[in-house]
Design a protein around this ligand. Structure first.
Ligand SMILES: Cc1cc2nc3c(=O)[nH]c(=O)nc-3n(C[C@H](O)[C@H](O)[C@H](O)COP(=O)(O)O)c2cc1C
Length: 148
């Protein structure tokens, strides 16, 4: 099973989150200036809310790389929201990429709000999410191989 981790960040919060997730997956977290070099079964995408939407760079990346992405899993930060599912599912739909049900989301520092977030605890929880994701994906792949 092929995995990749990409992120978009403006102030570094989502970069730290994506790096914690990538480390748990045994991958490297790269920003969106790195297009996918090969098709992946699962793209773990780090992104955040900016004015109730994802950044246009996220939408462009999905459109430009859509033929190389089997499925999308979101890991994200925001100041107020609990999930990026709304704007990301619209962007994924436009690019015709299935968006996975699983998602990790936590607070990200925004000016004086939520200082230090994501903090160590957030990053630990994100790494647990990633390990669980990997275990589920590996299990699903074994089951598929067994069924054939
Ligand atoms: C211009 C701007 C607009 C934002 N709009 C929202 C928003 O609509 N909803 C929200 O929950 N957080 C919003 N935030 C907070 C960011 O989502 C939050 O700080 C996030 O952790 C930033 O991640 P980054 O450091 O990876 O860019 C906004 C931040 C900025 C800079």
């Amino acid at each position: 099973m092929k995995l990749a981790v990409r992120y978009f960040t403006r102030s570094g919060n989502t970069k730290r989150l994506a790096e914690a997730v990538a480390q748990a997956l045994g991958q490297q977290a790269l920003d969106l200036s790195h297009p996918l070099s090969e098709r992946v079964d699962l793209l773990v995408l780090g992104c955040s809310y900016y004015a109730f939407d994802v950044d246009p760079a996220v939408k462009s990346f999905l459109l430009e790389n859509r033929l190389k992405i089997g499925r999308l899993v979101c890991v994200g930060t925001s100041a107020m929201m609990r999930s990026l599912r709304g704007p990301l599912s619209r962007a994924a739909k436009r690019a015709q990429i299935p968006l996975d049900e699983r998602e990790f989301h936590c607070r990200g520092q925004f000016h004086k709000a939520h200082p230090g977030r994501p903090n160590e605890k957030d990053l630990e929880r994100a790494a647990c999410f990633a390990k669980q994701l990997l275990a589920e994906e590996t299990g699903a792949q074994r089951q598929e191989e067994w069924d054939h």
